[in-house]
Design a protein around this ligand. Structure first.
Ligand SMILES: C[S@@+](CC[C@H](N)C(=O)[O-])C[C@H]1O[C@@H](n2cnc3c(N)ncnc32)[C@H](O)[C@@H]1O
Length: 411
């Protein structure tokens, strides 16, 4: 859109910014604003019923406003962190409001949501970061709603051991930085065409091999460069603990772990169910499957290399409980439906996206499950994102209608 500015009173948090109304009555999502504030905003996108904008001047500030710790978290600049201008508490309240609203609107579930802080401070909390190198080789991150790069001298949210990667030049394209576990950090350079993959040390030299080795709750995991690993340093332990808390695996039970990665949850489940029980993990990435097989050696666990589909999800029938942790896109509709039809009584759903989580929970609810418990963690500090762990069990059968309940028809 042409450069249009407007002064707007902001009302409430939403995905994409604080919500206000433009003079013509349209809803506007204002990035870098806070509820209650009066801001001058620059429109970035307009559609028939809504617009997107950035706050470029704060005319009346919220008491929750703070100076963003990073100079790149500013209008027109880095799109990585959207909430650095709010106190930690206000960030978590923001996210809790958005999750509660998604659950209410999409899944018709009314629930008080509290977002729990991670033990580590936001600064330096990410052990895995996708950066981009521009044509000049300098590392940066994408600007908000743009293909342009914001060059960055160091990223505040990244593990400090990754800082030196920002001091040198890289081949143009994607550069994923990994400081997972205590070993030497490294970079996975994917290049502009995205296909080729080179391993480099952080000073740019080639590395023949690189993998990470990391301990979580007493178990050691090997993670090869192409395998998924949680980005926040606290996530593996925090999520494993809450999966175990909700799943409550018992000795001798069998568990199914869908989208299992390198076996993070499967290892913990296998230890709990013991030699008389077992875990079956399903994962589609060949690298992650190879890692998982190594990581689960000696435990009663099987790793199946497969996509989770309407057919393969039938495997959950063999379990007493199922854990799933799909990518941001969640489950395909048919898969959620098939899962509801075949799952045992306990489902633990781990998700990094409140919208697809709410959508899938709604489908599972149609299939007879209810969201019995929920924990939400602030594992993406300074951004709008959260990590959710939901516990679903079978909803108690509803009485046919008042007055005709079985308990009242005594012989
Ligand atoms: C969010 S990660 C979770 C991994 C693991 N639970 C953890 O916390 O480390 C999702 C995993 O699902 C895998 N995946 C993505 N799509 C899949 C599919 N359709 N079927 C099976 N696995 C898939 C990815 O390779 C990735 O390892």
């Amino acid at each position: 859109v042409d450069h249009v500015e407007e002064v707007v009173r902001l009302e409430r948090p939403a995905t994409g910014g604080a919500v206000g109304r433009l003079g013509d009555g349209r809803v506007v999502f204002v990035r870098l604003g806070l509820p209650g504030e009066l801001v001058r905003c620059a429109l970035a996108e307009t559609a028939a019923r809504y617009a997107r904008a950035e706050a470029i001047e704060v005319l009346e500030a919220s008491p929750e406003r703070v100076t963003a710790p990073c100079p790149h978290a500013a209008p027109g600049r880095c799109g990585g962190c959207d909430l650095q201008h709010a106190t930690d508490r206000a960030q978590r309240d923001w996210k809790a409001h958005v999750v509660a609203e998604q659950l209410a609107r999409v899944a018709k579930i009314e629930r008080d949501v509290r977002v729990e802080a991670a033990p580590s401070a936001p600064t330096g909390s990410r052990v895995r970061l996708r950066a981009l190198a521009g044509d000049d080789g300098a590392l940066g991150l994408r600007r908000w709603r743009s293909h342009d790069l914001e060059p960055i001298e160091w990223c505040r949210v990244a593990d400090p051991r990754l800082t030196r990667a920002f001091e040198r030049r890289w081949p143009a394209g994607e550069v994923e930085l990994r400081a997972i576990g205590p070993g030497e950090p490294f970079a996975v350079v994917r290049g502009a065409e995205g296909k080729r993959r080179d391993l480099r040390s952080l000073d740019g030299g080639p590395r023949d091999r690189a993998h990470s080795r990391v301990e979580v709750l007493g178990h050691t995991f090997d993670v090869s460069p192409a395998s998924f690993w949680q980005a926040h340093r606290d996530a593996p332990e925090l999520l494993t603990r809450s999966v175990l808390e909700f799943a409550a695996p018992q000795r001798g039970e069998s568990a199914v772990d869908l989208f299992g990665g390198v076996g993070l949850f499967a290892a913990a489940l296998a230890r709990e169910v013991g030699p008389g029980g077992g875990v079956t993990m399903v994962e589609s990435s060949p690298e992650a499957v190879a890692d998982a097989r190594r990581n689960l050696e000696g435990l009663r666990a099987r790793v199946r290399r497969a996509e989770v589909t309407t057919t393969s999800v039938a495997i959950v029938e063999a379990g007493d409980l199922v854990v799933l942790d799909p990518p941001r896109s969640g489950l395909a509709r048919g898969v959620a439906w098939a899962l509801a039809g075949r799952a045992p009584g306990r489902i633990v759903y781990v998700s990094c996206d409140a919208a697809t989580f709410a959508r899938d929970v709604a489908i599972l609810a149609e299939g007879g499950f209810r969201l019995a418990d929920l924990r939400v963690f602030d594992l993406f500090p300074w951004t709008e994102h959260v990590e959710l762990v939901g516990f679903l069990d079978r909803a108690p059968a509803r009485r046919e209608s008042a007055g005709e309940g079985a308990s009242q028809t005594s012989p």
